[in-house]
Design a protein around this ligand. Structure first.
Ligand code: NAP
Ligand code: SF4
Length: 674
């Protein structure tokens, strides 16, 4: 018996049984693209199979060269390529897991000039206009899907997934928005769904009955002229009749301007549609999007919302997710905080995907925390319990070193204690819960409210000191900076200072944007409030599911100021920055670029501009300083002078453009090397 019996129950698919209801959804890691990365990809999946996942789905492989996401993107078209995949499937099967290969044709989302689609209509997120497939081209593409599935079978995969959501080629055929054809592949609903159903039925005929075919169906397109709910239900039934084993669900096309997976999306925000679809078919249905704990997944299955739950990022964050849930150690799970920073943002920059809270993800063969033999065990003091200190202490302890952690505050967390208070970033509290619990279970001695000094550390007791003493907010040299209206972001976010109704924020980096959001938005929106804020409607009433947004009222009037002339927020993450910028706009935040801070006085913040704009005074109650950080190196320098072995990590090392991803990775790499 476990607390998550419904999630952990096996599922009989007829020809095979999945060991539980957890599906690792498809996530492109970048390791799919080159032959030399196959061993790393095999290790990545093997670690997750060892952790107990029921069924894993690979990143997408194109069935044709034109269908690749970008030049050199992953492709499965030859038996030579299929042969390489045997390393992956063998590694997964050796761990008792099952794995399906996703077939993804990018259609007009392809980032190259040879893209094809249902019609010749350019997408708003790619610079290339696709060519419309001819009828013969459609036929050839169907045959390519079948060939790709046969190759996957020959490579030892347990099945395939046909990617039919997120706005890729099959969606482009399904929706009137992108399908303007007048032949048998366009026009009526039946004609538009002919392409995906032909693909599924011909794959089934080719691969036989003992092979999983999952179809990823878009339940909510979130674009104008998307599919209606009736069309989606009819498609689901047609795909089932064509021979699909599973229906996986997807939400939102990539070009949609509604967030669907980032932290500010409430957990399990879209499952009501999955629950609505499930009774319309007899094959198992998979729920997805912002399901990141075993408790949520278990509840969904118990409530009959779905038969399985898909989690991609949560299994990057913790490959042992299922095993920990099964052992009633869910409080030790390293929870995905839905930041996208090291996974999807990397993928969009064509870097290998990893994970902010688990830098070993995708680096299983190169970033290894090997146990140390007793004779090599070191006594290590870690100073500072922010993200870098926590990661260093835990990774060192996991290897078997004897670790003592010092923190001047009376709680662990550092900058994460601020992040978790920003509306839409509440998941950071899970990371703190994870560290708190893992420090306990690994036996790290934690000294809170303890100032680490040369006297405390210099007793000869420690072989190494890891200094993660972090950063101090920068106080810019603006005349009048000591005015009583000026406050630091720490005081504002912790609630030590309650700011007035009119606020100027100095500095529009990551923290300035977060603070502007904090000052204007309420935390913990319900799913209904989130839907109204972004204009998410019912696809049964509005094709595509878009309605006029009704943003939550702004809590304050905020002006966000920077000296740079680039657009405010330009440096934010690719897959989340647009949503942060949209929120600022919804809240009426005034974005001011190219400003010079003249002075601060009783009348407010005085700005001048050297591009001809007139000087102005922003009349506000408070001015919040978010002007970056300076490294805190004093203790490290004293310890080095005292002859100790000191490793400086995180913001204390380089404050400029420090973020949690870099801090945690640097700390983990240090821990792996000691
Ligand atoms: P930051 O991103 O470096 O931004 C600091 C801002 O302060 C800059 O945009 C700069 O803009 C301004 N500034 C610098 N020196 C100044 C001076 N002397 N006087 C006035 N303004 C000055 O630093 P941060 O906002 O403190 O964030 C710290 C790190 O955390 C960053 O790496 C950030 O990416 C990360 N973070 C990320 C997120 C996220 O959502 N991904 C959220 C929070 C924090 P101008 O020079 O143009 O005025
Ligand atoms: Fe989740 Fe962020 Fe890790 Fe991606 S980088 S898996 S979103 S915690």
């Amino acid at each position: 018996m476990s607390a998550y019996d419904d999630l952990l129950a096996p599922l009989d698919l007829g020809h095979t049984t999945l060991r539980n209801r957890v599906v690792m959804g498809s996530m492109h890691t970048g390791l799919e693209d080159r032959a030399r990365d196959v061993p790393a990809l095999a290790a990545y999946f093997a670690e997750r199979a060892r952790g107990g996942v029921g069924l894993m789905i690979t990143g997408g492989y194109a069935p044709t060269l034109r269908g690749t996401l970008y030049p050199g993107g992953s492709l499965l078209v030859s038996s030579r390529q299929a042969h390489r995949h045997r390393q992956v499937t063998a590694a997964v099967h050796a761990e008792g897991g099952q794995i399906a290969l996703q077939i993804l044709h990018a259609g007009r989302y392809a980032y190259h000039p040879f893209s094809v689609s249902a019609s010749s209509l350019q997408s708003p997120i790619t610079p290339f206009r696709p060519r419309a497939l001819t009828s013969r081209g459609v036929e050839r593409t169907i045959r390519a899907y079948v060939r790709c599935a046969e190759l996957a079978r020959s490579a030892g995969y347990d099945g395939i997934e046909v990617m039919g959501s997120e706005g890729y080629l099959l969606n482009q055929f399904l929706a009137e928005r992108t399908n303007r054809r007048a032949d048998e592949w366009g026009g009526s609903t039946r004609n538009r769904r002919r392409f995906p159903t032909e693909i599924v039925s011909r794959i089934r005929a080719a691969v036989g009955t003992d092979f999983i075919i999952s179809y990823r169906i878009s339940l909510l397109d979130l674009v104008d002229d998307g599919q209606t709910w009736d069309e989606i239900v009819e498609l689901a039934r047609a795909v089932e009749a064509a021979g699909a084993t599973l229906l996986n669900t997807g939400i939102g096309w990539h070009e949609a301007r509604v967030p669907t997976i980032i932290t500010q999306v409430p957990r399990a925000a879209f499952v009501a549609l999955t629950a609505r679809l499930r009774p319309a078919v007899t094959i198992p249905v998979i729920a997805s999007n912002r399901i990141n704990t075993p408790a949520v997944g278990d509840q969904l299955i118990r409530d009959g919302v779905c038969d399985l739950v898909s989690m991609a990022r949560p299994l990057l964050a913790d490959p042992g997710f299922v095993a920990k849930a099964a052992a009633d150690r869910a409080d030790e799970i390293n929870t995905c905080i839905a930041c996208n920073q090291a996974c999807l943002d990397h993928a969009f920059q064509r870097k290998h995907a990893s994970c902010l809270v688990n830098p070993r993800a995708g680096r299983e063969t190169t970033l290894v925390l090997r146990p140390v033999p007793p004779q090599r065990r070191r006594r290590v003091a870690v100073v500072g319990a922010g993200p870098a200190g926590l990661a260093a202490a835990l990774s060192l302890a996991e290897r078997g070193h004897d670790v003592e952690l010092y923190e001047a505050a009376d709680e662990i967390g550092g900058q994460f204690q601020l992040a978790r208070r920003i509306p839409g970033k509440e998941e950071f509290a899970e990371t703190l819960r994870y560290f708190r619990r893992r420090l306990e279970t690994t036996g790290v001695k934690v000294n809170l409210a303890t100032e680490a000094t040369v006297e405390v550390l210099g007793s000869g007791e420690y072989d190494d000191v890891v200094a993660t003493t972090g950063v101090t907010p920068r106080l810019p040299a603006i005349r009048g900076i000591d005015h009583p209206s000026v406050v630091g972001y720490t005081e504002v976010v912790t609630g030590a200072v309650r700011v007035g109704a009119r606020v100027a924020v100095v500095g529009a980096g990551g923290i300035g944007v977060d603070v502007a959001h904090f000052l204007t938005h309420r935390p913990d929106l319900t799913i209904a409030e989130f839907e109204a804020h972004w204009g998410i409607g019912d696809p049964a009433e509005h094709a595509g599911g878009l309605v006029a947004p009704q943003p939550t009222p702004a809590q304050r009037q905020v002006h966000l100021v920077q000296r740079k002339t680039t657009p405010v927020g330009a440096g934010l993450g690719k897959t989340s920055g647009w949503a942060h910028r949209a929120n600022l706009k919804k809240a009426g935040v005034e974005l001011i670029s190219g400003a010079t801070y003249d002075h601060i006085g009783d009348s407010g913040l005085h700005l001048s501009f050297d591009d001809g704009r007139p000087d102005r005074v922003i009349d506000v109650d408070h001015i919040v300083v978010c002007a970056g950080q300076e490294p805190n190196r004093a203790l490290a320098d004293q310890l080095i002078a005292a002859g100790m072995t000191v490793h400086v990590v995180g913001g204390a090392d380089v404050a400029a453009e420090l973020d949690a991803e870099r801090a945690i990775e640097q700390a983990t790499r240090l821990a792996a090397s000691l």
